[in-house]
Design a protein around this ligand. Sequence first.
Ligand SMILES: Nc1ncnc2c1ncn2[C@@H]1O[C@H](COP(=O)(O)OP(=O)(O)OP(=O)(O)O)[C@@H](O)[C@H]1O
Length: 239
Amino acid sequence: MIRLDAVTMRYDEQGAPALDDVTLQVERGEFGFVVGASGSGKSTLMRLVIHEKVATSGSVLVAGQDLRALPERKVPALRRGIGVVFQDFRLLENKTVHQNVAFVLQVLGKRRHHIKQMVPETLDLVGLDGKGDRMPHELSGGEQQRVAIARAVVKKPAILLADEPTGNLDPETSAEIVRLLERINKTGTTVLVATHDHSIVDRLQRRVIELENGKLVRDEAVGGYGARTSRVTTTGGVD
Ligand SMILES: Nc1ncnc2c1ncn2[C@@H]1O[C@H](COP(=O)(O)OP(=O)(O)OP(=O)(O)O)[C@@H](O)[C@H]1O
């Protein structure tokens, strides 16, 4: 689903690379954490996958498409297939919960009856049933993140990328958000979560991809936040 081959990314020619010769692949339907200290390259990895940045060298394949060779006209279709969630929610403050989620489908030109069906269904999925008429400021942080997740998944993307989705939330709310991401993963969506949050990574015991100064230093099929002594590299088939 996502494959990086010897990917190096430099924001400027002189500086150290933000990603340094990274090779990894994430299969369709997988759930993985991307961990590492601040500045280790987690967000850069996500930016390459949504084609917001282009790798300096190496190749990035998403859903079988080599992003180096992706024509500009195909970028919107690539992004339609990827939902993104950030730490700071990024909701439209002057729109209701329902309108925030509906807006995504309106921009994609979906028909009214489709929007009318999908928005309540998605709000239900994220646990916001009955809160469609609230404004973002009338919601807790956890609820606002649920709206952001609803907005990311309402278009039924094959991939969901979450960059520090629990960074602004207390531990209990963080655990609920991660449970929601797991539920979305169970519907078949490939989920990658960049995080500093040790407790969620330790509790879930899922795949852990660890970056250090842009280098891939650990890729374990099952693991906690802290590095093990043996660093296992998982490899699998290509999608
Ligand atoms: N737009 C940019 N221009 C120049 N350098 C950048 C830019 N964005 C990131 N970098 C650098 O690239 C490296 C990796 O940054 P990145 O944001 O990917 O790390 P991160 O692991 O996501 O960090 P954090 O956990 O703090 O979000 C850092 O050294 C950072 O300073």
